[in-house]
Design a protein around this ligand. Structure first.
Ligand SMILES: [Zn+2]
Length: 378
């Protein structure tokens, strides 16, 4: 007998593991035209003005092919509600039937959210390895001034991700360093929020986050010294693709804890806008570990922090507020960032202990304290 009752329906959250298709290679935009055209003949391409200018020759095949009728629109000043309203007008004006996002995390987040709001397919073309935004079913929304406001989980990953290493190599070295910082956070955050889960997919996501961390520890320094090399490509795959897999597999439970909460708080300080997302997150990992040390007396966290400090020094990730360009902020600004990071719904509360603004400030100003000083209670 078939059960027809709907009373027992217990639908778990939908999982969006991956884009439908990922194309990888060097100078692959011309060969991606057919795949783009299969999704839409009149795409609106969303990016920043400087991206369109600096990548003009790379993008020419998309603009000149008879298979596509392209229009371009800027997401600036930020991935904000005002920008999205403006972009929606551009969709209507062009009668776009697909969205292409090109650029860094904010350009791709704008394109994904716009496509979702307009019920259109989205193609992402990352131009740096600074985040896994080209992969994930998530967009972060900021104020016009760049302060983080909220994130929007999306029902799908992008239809097509085009990872062109040639484009990635045009980005400054610092963007890959930041991508490494953001990808490292997957392990430090997922192991805290989900390390004791007995769910198959969550266990898999957490273990992949550990593998991702190990790949980055082993390969980052060489990759940064040899841009364009095979090992460099592997590290780019780690930050753009594998980091995305973990977010997709683990879903909301596996995403962020204190490292990203600290990032979110810092974005409210104008002085932090010179630092990249992954740089602030990398600093946030040290703050998170420091909290675990201070509150729980966690020796594993103390060891992990010293290990990370050595790694950060090797590849150039920020360890302190000063390294982030925030050496001159006032105490009230620091308090403001800490209070936003500790707001009621902040992911910082996924930590297994209570954190308030004062405790967080103490951790934020002591990220590089030595094990010896901690022992002597300095
Ligand atoms: Zn991130």
């Amino acid at each position: 007998m078939v059960k027809s009752s709907t009373a027992n329906v217990n639908c778990l959250p939908i999982i969006n593991v991956a884009p439908r298709q990922v194309m990888r290679g060097s100078c692959i935009l011309p060969s991606a035209i057919a795949a783009i055209a299969a999704l839409g003949k009149r795409p609106l391409i969303v990016g920043g003005d400087s991206t369109f200018k600096s990548l003009q020759s790379h993008l020419e095949p998309l603009f000149t092919t008879p298979e596509l009728t392209l229009a371009q629109a800027s997401y600036l000043p930020d991935c904000s509600e005002a920008s999205l309203a403006h972009l929606k007008q551009a969709v209507t004006k062009h009668q776009a039937d697909a969205i292409i996002g090109i650029g860094g995390g904010k350009a791709l987040d704008s394109a994904k959210l716009l496509a979702y709001q307009c019920h259109l397919p989205v193609i992402t073309i990352p131009t740096s390895a600074a985040t896994c935004a080209g992969w994930t079913a998530l967009s972060n929304v900021y104020s016009d001034a760049g302060a983080f406001l909220y994130d929007v989980p999306l029902p799908y990953c992008p239809e097509l991700l085009i990872l062109d290493y040639e484009l990635i190599q045009t980005a400054p070295r610092r963007t890959l360093v930041a991508g490494i910082g953001d990808a490292l956070a997957k392990w430090y955050e997922a192991s805290v929020s989900s390390g004791s889960s007995d769910e198959t997919l969550i266990i898999a996501a957490v273990q992949q986050a550990r593998i991702l961390r190990d790949i980055l520890f082993q390969k980052s320094a060489t990759a940064l010294a040899e841009p364009g090399s095979a090992i460099w490509q592997e590290v780019v795959d780690a930050t753009v693709l594998l980091a995305g897999v973990i977010g997709g597999l683990g879903g909301a439970q596996c995403r962020t804890v204190a490292a990203h909460a600290v990032h979110n708080g810092l974005t409210h300080l104008t002085a932090s806008h010179g630092a990249l997302h992954g740089e602030k997150v990398a600093y946030g990992i040290l703050v998170q570990l420091r909290l675990e040390e201070m509150v729980q007396g966690n020796q594993l966290a103390a060891t992990a922090r010293q290990q990370l400090i050595a790694f950060y020094e090797e590849i150039g990730l920020p360890k302190t507020l000063e390294d982030l360009g925030l050496g001159n902020i006032t105490l009230s600004e620091l308090r403001q960032a800490a209070e936003i990071a500790c707001a009621e719904k902040s992911d910082i509360h996924h930590l297994p202990f209570k954190v308030d603004g004062d405790r967080l400030i103490a951790a934020m100003v002591s990220t590089t304290v030595t094990a010896e000083a901690v022992r002597q209670n300095i």
